[in-house]
Ligand binder design. Structure first.
Ligand SMILES: *[C@@H]1O[C@H](CO)[C@@H](O)[C@H](O)[C@H]1NC(C)=O
Ligand SMILES: *[C@@H]1O[C@H](CO)[C@@H](O)[C@H](O)[C@H]1NC(C)=O
Ligand SMILES: *[C@@H]1O[C@H](CO)[C@@H](O)[C@H](O)[C@H]1NC(C)=O
Ligand SMILES: *[C@@H]1O[C@H](CO)[C@@H](O)[C@H](O)[C@H]1NC(C)=O
Ligand SMILES: *[C@@H]1O[C@H](CO)[C@@H](O)[C@H](O)[C@H]1NC(C)=O
Ligand SMILES: *[C@@H]1O[C@H](CO)[C@@H](O)[C@H](O)[C@H]1NC(C)=O
Length: 319
């Protein structure tokens, strides 16, 4: 009798805690199950909407990304310019233009050193933004011809869109392109037979006078294919690359559509020449950014860091 008597309240207390424990468990499980259900629904809907959207984009719907302007921005540079490539990746990797797909690629000729083989392979593995042409490094002995004439076979693919790029741009590595402004300037222009840039000579506003400056010029894809196929460029590859490029088009009666984007493209204000202009908000491209000071001044002028998100992890004040 005694043990049961003393066990009575103990039993009740035990029962109470047991029931409390069970109900606690149940409530936890309910929450867990609920969130699991929600997560599952979420994941499922994400998958279905994704596959629906991507398949409709890739195939028929003339909408969104399939309507974007596709641009290849090829920056002609040298294999050993590792630091400068790193810098330009920052410059272009922090621009997010809408309504366009801009592929930035660094373009050079055959590698010539063992360390290049290793370091540039690593760059390609990480960034996949390098084009190595079949040529030996040269300024005015046909690198530009090799660049344009190699592209159709390099970027052609049967499962991608045609043309792979609406426009191909050739840029110097001391030129800064502002991609949003570039795209806005291209939107109203034809996508065929177009030659776009900063017309030479600097004093002329007529895009048919001669040629577009080597700071950066752009042509439509049909002209890239023409350069590959025609004998006119093939037989005339030596000389100042921007001038002979203009000569090809003149001789071939190409580029009926021309756009001289002076003074949205110009040389950096210092040292002053007939090709320079003050920095101004309507800028598409600035050339002759020959040192860090000029780059920094330019980047500050265009407020490129204004969207830096605040964080407890750093404190940066601009002067
Ligand atoms: C694409 O996805 C969005 C949600 O991200 C959805 O509203 C839309 O119905 C999907 N399909 C198409 C064809 O846009
Ligand atoms: C195309 O996309 C826009 C949003 O980007 C949407 O408002 C429009 O309804 C879409 N048109 C078609 C035909 O899917
Ligand atoms: C590369 O260029 C060399 C000389 O110009 C030529 O002999 C060779 O066939 C080319 N190789 C390829 C893969 O095109
Ligand atoms: C470039 O290198 C390839 C091998 O990687 C070689 O076949 C080609 O002849 C070289 N081209 C030139 C112009 O030196
Ligand atoms: C590129 O692809 C198009 C369409 O798939 C084809 O007509 C053309 O011949 C190809 N060009 C080259 C150089 O492979
Ligand atoms: C940069 O920001 C300043 C201050 O907000 C503004 O006054 C200036 O117009 C901006 N510059 C450009 C090029 O947008």
């Amino acid at each position: 009798m005694k043990p049961t008597k003393s066990n009575g309240p103990r039993f009740i207390i035990t029962c109470f805690f047991f029931i409390l424990f069970i109900s606690l468990l149940a409530s936890i499980n309910e929450v867990r199950f609920g969130s699991l259900l929600k997560f599952g629904r979420c994941a499922l809907s994400k998958i279905t909407s994704q596959s629906y959207n991507s398949s409709s984009n890739d195939l028929l719907t003339p909408n969104s990304s399939s309507n974007d302007i596709r641009i290849l921005l090829g920056i002609l540079t040298l294999p050993d310019q590792y630091h400068h490539r790193h810098f330009l990746r920052l410059i272009y990797g922090t621009q997010f233009p809408v309504g366009a797909k801009v592929d930035v690629k660094f373009v050079f000729c055959n590698l010539t050193k063992e360390d290049q083989n290793v370091l540039i392979s690593l760059e390609i593995m990480h960034y996949d933004d390098i084009i190595i042409l079949n040529c030996s490094e040269n300024m005015d002995k046909g690198k530009t011809y090799t660049y344009f004439s190699s592209l159709p076979d390099m970027v052609n693919s049967s499962d991608g869109p045609y043309p792979p790029y609406h426009y191909v741009l050739k840029a110097d590595d001391d030129t800064y392109f502002r991609l949003k402004a570039l795209i806005e300037s291209l939107t109203p222009l034809p996508r065929e037979d177009l030659y776009y840039g900063f017309g030479s000579p600097c004093s002329s506003m007529d895009p048919f006078v001669h040629y577009m400056s080597g700071m950066g010029y752009l042509v439509s894809w049909d002209i890239v294919e023409w350069i590959r196929d025609s004998d006119i460029p093939k037989n005339n590859v030596e000389g100042p690359q921007d001038k002979i490029f203009g000569d090809w088009l003149q001789k071939g009666h190409r580029a009926k559509n021309r756009f001289n984007n002076k003074w949205s493209m110009y040389d950096y204000p210092e040292p002053r020449t007939r090709c320079t202009h003050e920095l101004w908000p309507g800028t598409v491209a600035i050339h002759r950014l020959k040192n860090q000071e000029k780059w920094i001044h330019t980047l500050k002028y265009f407020n490129v860091t204004q969207n830096l998100k605040p964080s407890k992890l750093y404190h940066i004040s601009f002067f």
